[in-house]
Design a protein around this ligand. Structure first.
Ligand code: MN
Length: 227
């Protein structure tokens, strides 16, 4: 058996709500815009565009209400409160019904974004990686086990106690099962994958000293203080 030339990196992981064990993370996928502005856009529009995806490194996780040192190379750090889906099984080319069977649990998360770098990337037609996949950019609260997809529940993001995002999971354009099914046509999904499912309106900047809390009905809230 061959050995490694360097010590292998530790496995990134997320706490499990009410348990001592942790959820090992393999990859982090994120969905682009996934909340409709108007009631008629909710859920059943036959002309809707398919969801699009980007990724963050698994070791970009920030868990357990840890502090966030203000990130490098930005003057416009943004919060995005999101439902995170954790997969306990894998598969490819799945139907939404089959995709439901992959779900292990859910968490509240914050898809931190260097908005200024993202705007530059968009303008130049360049990748989003450095806007989205920087160190500690994937805030994730404790994962709560689930038997199936969360379809509804209030989602709020508060900064210093003031509510800045306030929506409901039922407002997603693409519900959880559809997101997993779409993603499974692009990559073979695996146990340990996390999916950030998009953010509702109201995103904005975080500054040093701010405290951001993402709360989703039925899940553990996650709080991040910017230092
Ligand atoms: Mn997002």
């Amino acid at each position: 058996m061959s050995s490694f030339v360097l010590p292998p990196a530790p496995t990134p992981s997320v706490p499990v709500a009410g348990e001592e064990t942790r959820f090992p993370v393999r990859r982090i996928f994120c969905v682009g815009r996934n909340y409709a502005d108007h009631a008629r856009e909710m859920g059943h529009d036959p002309d809707r565009e398919p969801p699009f995806f980007f990724t963050k490194p698994a070791d970009a996780l920030l868990t357990g209400d840890a502090d966030l040192p203000y990130p490098a190379a930005t003057a416009d750090l943004h919060f995005e409160g999101e439902l995170v889906v954790a997969l306990g099984a894998g598969g490819a080319d799945l139907s939404p019904d089959q995709a439901t069977g992959l779900i292990w649990g859910h968490a509240a998360g914050n898809d931190l974004t260097r908005r200024d770098l993202q705007a530059q990337a968009k303008a130049a037609g360049r990748p989003w990686d450095m806007a989205k996949g920087f160190d500690r950019s994937a805030v994730c609260g404790a994962i709560r086990r689930a038997d199936g997809p969360m379809r509804r529940g209030r989602l709020t993001l508060s900064v210093n106690g003031q509510v800045r995002q306030d929506s409901d999971l039922s407002a997603m354009i693409w519900p959880v099962a559809d997101i997993i099914a779409h993603l499974s046509r692009l990559v073979t999904l695996a146990p340990g994958d996390l999916i950030y499912t998009g953010t509702p309106a109201g995103v904005g900047a975080l500054r040093r000293g701010d405290v951001a809390t993402v709360a989703i009905e039925g899940l553990e809230p996650v709080t991040t203080r910017v230092v």
